[in-house]
Design a protein around this ligand. Structure first.
Ligand code: NAD
Length: 289
């Protein structure tokens, strides 16, 4: 068997097309489009390139995108003041904070200040709580991307075994809730699972394996069950090459579907940010009545 490669770029394009249609309808209905603000510190080249890519995606979809650049030596106080100002600005529907921030800034303190209704990354504790009870459509971007990839396979998830490797707050814990919602049986593995020598046995019985660790080949290719869906979230640089966490060449011979790294989860994650922006805009309009 050779797995179907889940092409993130093409999935991202399909999703952008759908979002563009939605924004066109919103504009006709409401005479306005979502306005998103990306707060970035400094003018670091790779951060700028990512911001440019976001701007391009927003332009394609029809979203108003603004980059707020703070100086490299910005104080915690001024950073917080900037977020509070954006919270109070009725025309800004969504806020994201570009990472990494300089070491002298406490990111979690600034992130906590972002208005729940404008939290584009969906990582605010209130939004995570609302997600648990199904009261928000703002979903953390990476888990949302993973779910879009799984959905694109067309496989019925009901009753399937899903194994997540990694238990981070930003990716794996919210993902476990999303998979649970689809009635999969979810197992979450982590460093202690590996240390107990039990990672292999969990991965071997998985119909769906999602790996978000940040260690190349932490999941061996021959552990993959025949016909499984394999979603590799990991990003590792080895010399000039970017690789994931799964031993791809071997895994692709056993899986039915597999994401490549790069070009899998990443491109769709960026689009999920835009989708959250549209959901934030709609929720704010509904609240206003
Ligand atoms: P993290 O450092 O917060 O968490 C790593 C997790 O891996 C932990 O839960 C830990 O218990 C687990 N772990 C470590 N060693 C392990 C082992 N030997 N066996 C099993 N589990 C082990 O990381 P994160 O922020 O969740 O990111 C994980 C990876 O995903 C990184 O490579 C990161 O770059 C990538 N990532 C990609 C995207 C994307 O959009 N493509 C987004 C976020 C993160």
């Amino acid at each position: 068997m050779s797995a179907k490669i889940l092409d993130g770029k093409s999935l991202a394009q399909d999703l952008k097309n759908t979002l563009r249609d939605e924004v066109t309808s919103l504009k006709q209905e409401m005479g306005a489009v979502p306005h998103l603000v990306n707060v970035m510190v400094g003018t670091n080249h790779s951060a700028c390139a990512y911001a440019k890519a976001q701007e391009k995606a927003a332009q394609f979809i029809g979203i108003q995108y603004e980059l707020e650049t703070l100086p490299e030596d910005v104080t915690q106080e001024d950073f917080s003041a900037c977020i509070k100002k954006l919270n109070d600005n009725e025309s800004a529907n969504g806020i994201m904070i570009h990472k990494p921030v300089p070491e002298h800034i406490d990111y979690s303190e600034v992130a906590k200040l972002v208005d729940t209704d404008k939290d584009l990354e969906g990582i605010n504790v209130t939004n995570i709580g609302k997600m648990l009870v199904g009261e928000t459509k703002i979903i953390p971007c990476t888990p949302a991307s993973v779910m879009e990839h799984i959905k694109s396979t067309g496989v019925d998830l009901y009753g399937k075994e899903a194994v997540i490797v990694g238990h981070s707050v930003i990716v794996c814990k919210p993902l476990s809730l999303l998979l649970l919602e689809q009635f999969t049986t979810v197992t979450v593995c982590h460093i202690a699972t590996s240390e107990a020598g039990r990672l292999e046995e969990h991965v071997r019985r998985a119909d769906i394996v999602v790996v978000a660790v940040g260690k190349p080949s932490v999941v061996k290719g021959d552990w993959i069950k025949e016909g499984a869906i394999v979603i590799d979230v990991g990003i590792n640089q080895i010399n000039d090459k970017i690789v994931g966490d799964v031993e791809f060449d071997v895994a692709r011979k056993k899986a039915a579907f597999i994401t490549p790294v790069p070009g899998g989860v990443g491109p769709v994650t960026a689009v999920m940010l835009m989708r959250n922006g549209i959901e934030a805009f709609k929720a704010q309009r509904k609240k206003k009545g």
